[in-house]
Ligand binder design. Structure first.
Ligand SMILES: [Zn+2]
Length: 231
């Protein structure tokens, strides 16, 4: 990674030597990466960058396993990636999936949802994405005293349906995507709050999996993310 100037880290706010961090993890895009100019990067300190890729790959495995249930065109790609990561002992989700498959083969009831396994990692990776996107679009850091929470949405909406819904909100709409809309989409809505840190972010992966991240100033008690106003 090329060395950059000294500055404020977008993620943690420390003044430090900065590296370029991909806001949307490269590993999320599948086989074909968007052209470089379409990939959003922000300045991040070495500490924040360290271990990030490993966490991102864990989340990628989780998304991949879900997408594979739909016989998506990226099924083969994910299968290969997840197996590789599992063999390296770096994917709890992949390991659980293997175990689940073995249980199925034995005719036993499969274990509970895999999603819970990496919840801490999911929260971490999404927090970083939201901090990066916030900075990229509004040229200021999301305040440190901000609560950031991510939840998976029930598969009620397809991405394009959700996007239509989002478009009906007049302000602060952002869409980020790869070369192909089918791979990745995201939208953020910033609330009118004076601290400018109340936002909703919609992340859609591979047209099937939707996560919602909300940020709230700490002094406000965050309400449920999936409230009726938004959905
Ligand atoms: Zn940092």
């Amino acid at each position: 990674m090329p060395k950059n100037k000294i500055g404020e880290c977008t993620i943690c706010g420390q003044t430090s030597e900065l590296t370029r961090e991909h806001v949307i993890p490269k590993s999320f895009y599948g086989e074909v990466l968007p052209v470089k100019t379409k990939m959003i990067t922000v300045g991040s300190c070495i500490a924040c960058n360290q271990g990030a890729s490993e966490d991102e790959r864990k989340v990628r495995d989780l998304l991949g396993l879900e997408v594979m249930q739909y016989e998506h065109e990226l099924t083969g790609y994910f299968d290969k990636k997840i197996k590789g990561n599992t063999n390296l002992g770096k994917s709890k989700v992949g390991k659980a999936f293997e175990t689940q498959n073995r249980l199925k083969e034995l005719g036993l009831v499969p274990s509970e949802e895999l999603v819970l396994i990496e919840n801490e990692v999911i929260q971490k990776v999404f927090k970083k994405m939201v901090r990066g996107l916030y900075f990229y679009f509004w040229h200021e850091r999301l305040r440190n005293n901000c609560k950031i929470k991510t939840e998976k949405m029930k598969p009620v909406y397809e991405w394009y349906q959700l996007l239509e819904k989002i478009k009906s909100f007049p302000d602060h709409i952002i869409v980020v995507h790869g070369d192909n809309d089918e791979i990745f989409g995201c939208a953020g809505l910033r609330g009118p709050h004076p601290y400018q840190s109340q936002t909703r972010w919609f992340f859609s992966f591979y047209r099937k999996i939707i996560y919602i991240t909300a940020t709230e100033p700490e002094i406000y008690l965050p309400g449920p993310i999936t409230d009726k106003i938004w959905l």
